[in-house]
Design a protein around this ligand. Structure first.
Ligand code: GH3
Ligand code: MG
Ligand code: MG
Length: 371
């Protein structure tokens, strides 16, 4: 076979091999950056290519925001390290026109920005998935005759593969963001913006489990607005909603520990989980909270307790143990809350669960604390 034919056959085989490798890389990489890197490495290693780069566009398609490249740079083009507009360079022209650019003699191209003084020719292909332009594949060679029709067709096919990859990575990224948002929404109360019941249930179960090997105190406050139905009846449901939001805001000021959680338990009841707090400390927090709500002086023209919105608080506390489920905390706080209501509302009542460590109530101590 004549020497030219041998060379041509060899290059054809190398191009086919590169295409096959790029397809494999596309299927096997762990993340988009790693895949793009392996693709440009593969192009430089297997073909007479001095520089190969994949330049990714921003969502508007007006700036190149990321470049993954391999090869030899002996000059420092301004574009390499920063984010640059599509008004610059031959790559910019490729992005603006949406057309592949074959530059057989770079010295004659007014837009060419040199990165390697030996480069003679360049081929730039738009990386496009359906109608969306994601970037440009840029191949530069020190030889002048590398970009045959066959080679260009292979680079076009590689650009299509890259477009599919970038598209997929963007879809996955968007899905992950949407999932995070959904996950966050599924844990949040729509009215007050604080954690919802699902979030509270999960946190209580998690704290309980985590504390079993080395039990430490876990306290819970059940906070119930007094005479809330009459408030709705007197001032309207929307006004009641505003009061609930304000209540949630006031109570959130008492979730000061890194693991504390304020959540909407249901209706006009909030729950404050205080890991690491013992019974007396929790009762003190509860009574400060109760007073803070009263001092906020939200008018309540129909309350049997005060001319302002007030709350009753049930407190419970325990050290988690295998012998009891976490719900025992809620049951005890609920009973204490019931007693607070029965005794006239706007008060704090407590029920510790740990029989082995009965709390000591200071003489003349907390108003309404009953053990
Ligand atoms: P008590 O002092 O015994 O707690 O009386 P109450 O009226 O607050 O208690 P009850 O459980 O009888 O009624 C709770 C009321 O809370 C019923 C409902 O009108 C009101 N409520 C529950 N959820 C919401 C809400 O999301 N928005 C508003 N505005 N009101 C709510
Ligand atoms: Mg209630
Ligand atoms: Mg109530």
């Amino acid at each position: 076979m004549p020497r030219d034919d041998v060379d041509r056959a060899g290059r054809g085989a190398a191009l086919t091999d590169v295409l096959a490798r790029v397809s494999r890389e596309a299927l096997q990489g762990e993340n988009l950056d790693a895949i793009l890197r392996r693709i440009v490495d593969c192009l430089v290693e297997r073909l007479p290519v001095a520089i190969a780069s994949i330049i990714v566009l921003d969502a508007e398609g007006t700036r190149f925001v990321q470049e993954v490249w391999a090869g030899e740079l002996d000059l420092q083009p301004p574009a390499i390290s920063t984010n640059w507009p599509t008004t610059m360079g031959a790559a910019g022209r490729c992005a603006r026109t949406g057309q592949a650019q074959l530059i057989t003699q770079v010295d004659d191209d007014p837009d060419y920005i040199p990165g390697n003084s030996l480069v003679r020719s360049e081929y730039l292909v738009p990386i496009r998935h359906r109608e969306r332009l994601h970037g440009v594949l840029n191949i530069e060679s020190t030889q002048q005759d590398v970009f045959s029709a066959q080679a260009c067709a292979v680079f076009d096919a590689i650009a299509d593969q890259i477009a599919g990859l970038i598209h997929l990575a963007r879809v996955v990224g968007e899905l992950e963001t949407a999932n995070r948002k959904l996950e966050q929404l599924s844990m949040q109360d729509g009215l007050t913006g604080i954690a919802n019941r699902r979030c509270f249930d999960q946190r209580l179960a998690g704290l309980w489990r985590a504390s079993l090997p080395q039990p430490r105190p876990l306290a819970l406050l059940l906070i119930d607005a007094d005479c809330f139905k009459p408030l709705n009846d007197a001032l309207g449901h929307l006004h009641g909603d505003d009061c609930l939001c304000e209540l949630a805001r006031l109570c959130s000021g008492f979730a000061t520990g890194p693991e504390d959680l304020l959540a909407r338990f249901g209706g006009e009841e909030l729950v404050l989980l205080l890991p690491g707090r013992g019974f007396m400390e929790a009762c003190e927090v509860a009574d400060r909270l109760r007073r803070r709500v009263e001092e906020a002086a939200m008018p309540h023209p129909a309350s049997s307790v005060a001319p302002v919105v007030t709350v009753s608080v049930g407190v419970s506390s325990t050290r988690p143990t295998h012998a009891r489920p976490p719900e025992c905390l809620i049951i005890a706080a609920d009973r204490a809350l019931y007693e607070a209501k029965a005794l006239g509302r706007n008060r704090t009542m407590g029920r510790p669960i740990d029989a082995l460590a009965p709390p000591r109530v200071p003489r003349g101590g907390l108003r309404g604390v009953e053990t």
